[in-house]
Design a protein around this ligand. Sequence first.
Ligand code: ZN
Ligand code: ZN
Length: 315
Amino acid sequence: MLIRFWGTRGSLPSPLTWKDLEAKLLSLLLRAGGRRLPSPEDARAFLEGLPFYERGTFGGNTPCVEVLFGEERLILDAGTGIRPLGRSLMDGPAGKGQATLHILLSHTHWDHIMGFPFFEPAYVPGNRIVVYGGHEDLEARLKYQQDPAHFPISLEDMSADFSFVRLEVGRTYRIAGFSVEVIKQFHPGASYGYRVQRKGRVVVYSTDSEYERTDPDYLTKYIHFFRKADVLIFDAQYSPSETVEKKNWGHSSALVGVDLALYAQVKRLVLFHHAPEADDERIQSHLDEALSYVERKGGGGLEIMAAYDGMVLEV
Ligand SMILES: [Zn+2]
Ligand SMILES: [Zn+2]
């Protein structure tokens, strides 16, 4: 399986500002410190020697993740990251109206659906788009987003053929050749996580989820759902102190992610749904905290990374 992250930011799109960019350039120029970089190769080698958060950016698109196996794909959430994903699909069968696309929504908070009206394949006659989720009135919710008060084109006026499927907790579904299980999570209005399996490999997408308690009894259902996942994509929006200050706001932290990943014997933990106000340094600091925490806990085998727009993982 291949996992491609198109949007990793929570709550609101958060583009880099000119000031942020200038600060990065300034620090790079100072780092170069009079060094001669005569060729593009030299310049690239210098850049690649720097940490990612200094030379790049985690990005600002809201949640959208593509899971691929050959030509078969699932799309997880329809935040603003689905716009560039849709663009990329237009070069294939979706551009000719010959695609069936499966979109699984964690929930319908704005950041997870706001890219949908800009999903180009939805405007191509002949394409089939199937939207899945745990909420019972998904179609009404997406129509409401495209009410004339909010957007000029209604869902009915998008030319693809739409259908909506409600998923139930406790059942296993076969979608585009993937096996998919569902968990209900603690979040305002509820959210759903997905355990996606293919050829013995497991990816869990669990965003917008808060853990009210940390005792094993409460966590059991999550530990079971995450068990032995090759990749766990995890809501790590908050710092540890924010998880206390923002109780019941529905998000979690990198350290809670480490605890759960260790209990569940997860192989790779991917920090996801970064706060809109978090700059690249702050996201890196959440990652560093998680790395030192896992070391203190002796969880040597657990790999941890912070997701960025454009990141690709092979599972
Ligand atoms: Zn969200
Ligand atoms: Zn939410």
